[in-house]
Design a protein around this ligand. Sequence first.
Ligand SMILES: Nc1ncnc2c1ncn2[C@@H]1O[C@H](COP(=O)(O)OP(=O)(O)O)[C@@H](O)[C@H]1O
Ligand SMILES: [Mg+2]
Length: 580
Amino acid sequence: MKELQHLNKYFYKYRVQIIIGILITIGSKLFTVFVPKFIGSIIDVVNNQLLQPEVDETIYRAELLKFILLLLGSAVLSGILTFWMRQTIINVSRYIEFDLKNEIYQQYQKLSLNFYKKNRTGDLMNRISEDVGKVRMYAGPAIMYSINTLTLFAVALVFMFRQAPMLTLYTIIPLPILSVIIYKISSEIHKRSTIVQQYLSKLSTFSQETFSGISVIKAYGIEPETSVNFDELSETSKDKQLSLVRIQALFFPMMILLIGLSNVLVIYIGGKQYMNGEISLGTISEFIMYVNLLTWPVATVGWVTSIVQEAEASQKRINEFLNTKPEIQNHNHQLSDIKGDIEFKNVYFTYDDTNIQALKNISFKVNSGETLAIIGKTGSGKSTILDLVGRLYDVDKGEIQIDNQPIESLNLYSLRDATGYVPQDAFLFSDTINKNIKFGKENATDDEVIEAAKLAQVHKNIIKFNNKYDTVLGERGITLSGGQKQRVSIARAIIKKPQIMLFDDCLSAVDTETEEKILNNLKTITEGKTTIIVSHRISSAKNADQIIVLDDGHIVQSGTHEELINIDGYYKELYLKTTK
Ligand SMILES: Nc1ncnc2c1ncn2[C@@H]1O[C@H](COP(=O)(O)OP(=O)(O)O)[C@@H](O)[C@H]1O
Ligand SMILES: [Mg+2]
């Protein structure tokens, strides 16, 4: 139960509702137990009338009416209170579920990029949906049924012992056995249903991948193989389902068998005691009803135990993420203006998941308003430099300074707010083009959106779509070409008008003519702003104030275009190749 202590703060938050819920539960069980009691009394009244017909009929009728009304009242009150019991306790568990989901989601947002590299998306999703769902079963049903069982037992046993102590003992003997059996069966059910769940998610992942990659599957003509794989998977899935159903089928027969046994015991022992004149007829019927009333709560003891175990395991997984400290911490809580001087001083950086040293002893300085171009082969470390400027990672050795201050000492949000980043592979949300561009600046006007799209040379493409800027992108909408995506992504950065602009090879899928136009537009936009352009083309780099050439994490050349085309090296080779 150590892990589940995390929920205590929520129990405290909803303590009033929980206490009310507990009181209502106790009340409802009290009235539930009254029902058999009054039925027993009615039977005794009728029986007495049969045995002693000489007693006045009006007294008999009044007695009967009294118990019938009491019975009715208890049944109605028990029903109403049971309704309110669920309304309070189960609702609290829903509130807790909601709070916990928000807590996890907020934590996810805080965690650094590295965390996402190490954990798979499916795993992240599971913790926020399935695991939270299991924890809710503990916070609601498990607690409700436990209180339920406890009060029912306490009240019923008092009634029963007062009435017939020996009979009570015989009646409750089979109950612990029932509880253990139900526990065994329900743990087995949980075990098997986890496996079934795993297979279901395998099946859906498989189908999803098939549908996303359908064009490749069709092009290679591998539909039959894909079908065979699917068949095998669903065959195993079916077997697992059947094995689950088999054990589930045992649940109710077992319960009914044990209830039956208890009933037989009550009738046999009770019958003998009645014949000896130790108890009344009403007591026997009352006890039969108690046995039936107590069976379900006893069965839930086993069930609740396995719910709590599952919740504990789920909460452990959730806590693992909740206790992860974001690697990138904001040390400065004062917002500040960023001018845009960027300096790298002997920076080293290693990705800890792959242990690849992506940057080795990198030093350069870009003054506010200047443009730096970074050229180099794939894998040379270009994107890594941009990630470090946005402080998506912290350096291992050396220092990055922004406006002559260590980057770690700046307010993280001011820094991110001051940077506009166009990633290498443009990511667009399944939303309208308008919204995708406005992502860079939430309160932008439609005119600003159009302006940005024009500068990014994508306006002409957009107005050709039927819905223009309201065209929905992604799965349910239109698929943009690689170059169009890149340009929408550029418009998103432009609209933000940030002080630092980072372009990561974002013109690679654009033809050279459009590239030229965009670069020309960028000149006016980036006036007075610090710009870093990563590219593998000379055309994007040649106008920069400064160019560095990276190879395997080292700076191998640096200078202006004019300087570099006159020195033998990678830049000159690339220049000659493209101008040939
Ligand atoms: N997220 C990452 N995790 C681990 N290794 C990475 C990651 N990103 C890049 N690398 C590695 O770091 C090196 C530099 O990558 P990168 O900066 O993306 O190069 P470029 O942008 O020049 O193609 C490469 O060897 C690459 O495999
Ligand atoms: Mg890259």
